[in-house]
Design a protein around this ligand. Sequence first.
Ligand SMILES: Cc1cc2nc3c(=O)[nH]c(=O)nc-3n(C[C@H](O)[C@H](O)[C@H](O)COP(=O)(O)OP(=O)(O)OC[C@H]3O[C@@H](n4cnc5c(N)ncnc54)[C@H](O)[C@@H]3O)c2cc1C
Length: 424
Amino acid sequence: MLWFLSSVRLALRAFCDMRSRKKIVILGANFAGIACARRLSKHHEVTVIDASACFEFLPNIHELLSGVKSAGVLRLPRKRLLESLGHTFVCETATAVDTQARCVHTASGRRLAFDACVVAVGGVNNTFGVRGAEQFALPFKTVDDCVAIAQRLRDRLNAGKKTAVVIIGAGLEGVEALGEILRGYRNHPGLSVHVVEGDERILPGRDPRLGDDIQQHCVDLPVTFHLGESVASLTKTRVKLVSGRSLPSDVTLWTAGAKPAPLLFSSGLALTANAWAAVTPALQSCVAPAVFVVGDAADLPDPLSKQAYHALDMGAHAAGNVQRFLDGAPLKPFKRGLELGLIALGDIDTYLTAGQRIFAGPSLAAAKELVFQANMARLDPPLGRSPAAALGQRYWRGLHRLALPALRPGALRNNLSGLRVIAG
Ligand SMILES: Cc1cc2nc3c(=O)[nH]c(=O)nc-3n(C[C@H](O)[C@H](O)[C@H](O)COP(=O)(O)OP(=O)(O)OC[C@H]3O[C@@H](n4cnc5c(N)ncnc54)[C@H](O)[C@@H]3O)c2cc1C
């Protein structure tokens, strides 16, 4: 009898706990969304929604173009990652956040109520209304996008066909795409690459010495830069420039930028269709206190560059503020981390930017690979093995795949001593 009563009491307590658990919905499960979910405890009822099944490590998707990485290496299954944390994963597109009724609507008609919501939907490809761009240019925003580009390049070049590639946009994505195409095919007699950039320099907004150095590497390669040129329209085989010039193109890559996901405006979190969601320094939406916006989707009063490392930090920080919001405690402002960047030009060179300083050297590719492997291991901690040993094994395998002669011990020593200072 005593045993029966205590079982009933335990069951009742579990039932009450379940009812009092606050509901948190996270929209978007890539860098910012996953980082947030990892910091939220099982004491909350956490539901994470994403339109696709796998996390994708976007900063390395350019490596698919040369084949040094395969799609599977850059992906992690979201269901397993989130369920191992005690959360629920819903693989669906969210259609709206109702900030008044505090619920999220999905494409299949589901309605998910929340006490607090974290919006981490990133951005979408921006073709700036250029005629023919949606139809004829290949986007460069996901693993599938890059797999499709790699396939097109391989099919043409391996069949010995002359191939003109036009890369539209010479920001970080465009430059890294160029590097991988050069890694894979620079000795192929049929390859020519044209890079079109509206700014007078490649890598606009960054130290000009960085862009100059990259252009210098390309002097004897089949690469032509068209700077200060905007694209007027595209056809299947041509890229027409506003200046009246026209470039033949067999493969056109669109790397010219991102715009806010439509959900931000349709949910009233952004003021216009072209605006990101304005947030307070604590990452709380300026229009809906129960909503936090993180990663690329957020527009802070002191704007941040749209980078994965900021998205990871913002996601983790928002988790703490969601907890404070639910407890009625004061929120803490987000503090930006150090701005460190590693930019690869295929196997030709890699650049490390740290504030005003820029260093270059092929051996820095090993640092870029370490950043990738360490982040993947952090997102998906190994089971039953020491994390350091597992990371070591992953890293070594990754370096091998990069197949850089520059990383053999002797060459590495020479390259490390040959590290160049571009600015500092
Ligand atoms: C080619 C490329 C190279 C890059 N290189 C670097 C680099 O070297 N270093 C660096 O730090 N950063 C780099 N970045 C930027 C970095 O990838 C982004 O800053 C980062 O991905 C932002 O993370 P996020 O979580 O905010 O958004 P995202 O990573 O874009 O994730 C948003 C998620 O939301 C989901 N989603 C969107 N809308 C909905 C919806 N309505 N319903 C359900 N789910 C939805 C998407 O499926 C996606 O999974 C690069 C980006 C690209 C594309």
